[in-house]
Design a protein around this ligand. Structure first.
Ligand SMILES: [Cu+2]
Length: 173
């Protein structure tokens, strides 16, 4: 065997080992990179214990307010999993607080345009107080969220919109 064929034989072996590794191991390797939640990254920073029924405060310490980039937040804190609970925290309207709410769009077109015409109100202006408005991601489908106040201005100019597409929970039992 020449030098080249030894090298390619070794490479072949490494490939074989990688291919034959159960994919669960690869997932576990990614998941175990850290345990903190809410920082930057792509969401592989949860222990497998915490993968089920996780409660996530939308916006983290920013809560649900005008002018915070929630799409970016969702991207940085995803992926989300089926049966995760999102918590929207916003104070009921007062002399000093603008009202906020939570709507679900029916499609991406409306989401892009912040067109609330066919959207569904899921959390009204009062429901974000106290422990916040809780929404369970029951299905593996895109959820297109927005604040519906001021005829879409909070959604458009206020950046109060994001979408999540929950994944199948990787850990059961
Ligand atoms: Cu709002």
């Amino acid at each position: 065997m020449g030098f080249k064929s030894v090298i390619s034989f070794a490479l072949g072996l490494i490939l074989l080992v990688l291919i034959s590794m159960p994919s669960d191991n690869l997932v576990a390797a990614k998941v175990s990179r850290g345990t903190q939640r809410g920082g930057a990254g792509f969401g592989f920073n949860r222990t497998s214990q915490a993968l089920r029924n996780t409660t996530i405060i939308v916006g983290g310490s920013e809560h649900w307010h005008y002018g915070f980039d929630y799409n970016r937040w969702a991207f940085q804190n995803g992926p989300f999993y089926q049966n995760d609970t999102l918590v929207f925290k916003y104070d009921p309207p007062s002399n000093t607080t603008f009202p906020h709410s939570v709507y679900l769009f029916k499609n991406f077109r409306s989401f892009m345009k912040c067109n609330l015409n066919q959207s569904t109100l899921v959390g009204n202006v009062m429901q974000g107080g106290g422990d916040g408005f809780k929404f369970v991601l029951k299905e593996r489908k895109p959820y297109l969220f927005a604040c519906g106040e001021r005829g879409g201005i909070h959604c458009n100019a206020g950046l109060m919109k994001f979408f999540v597409w929950p994944l199948k929970a990787p850990c059961r039992g």
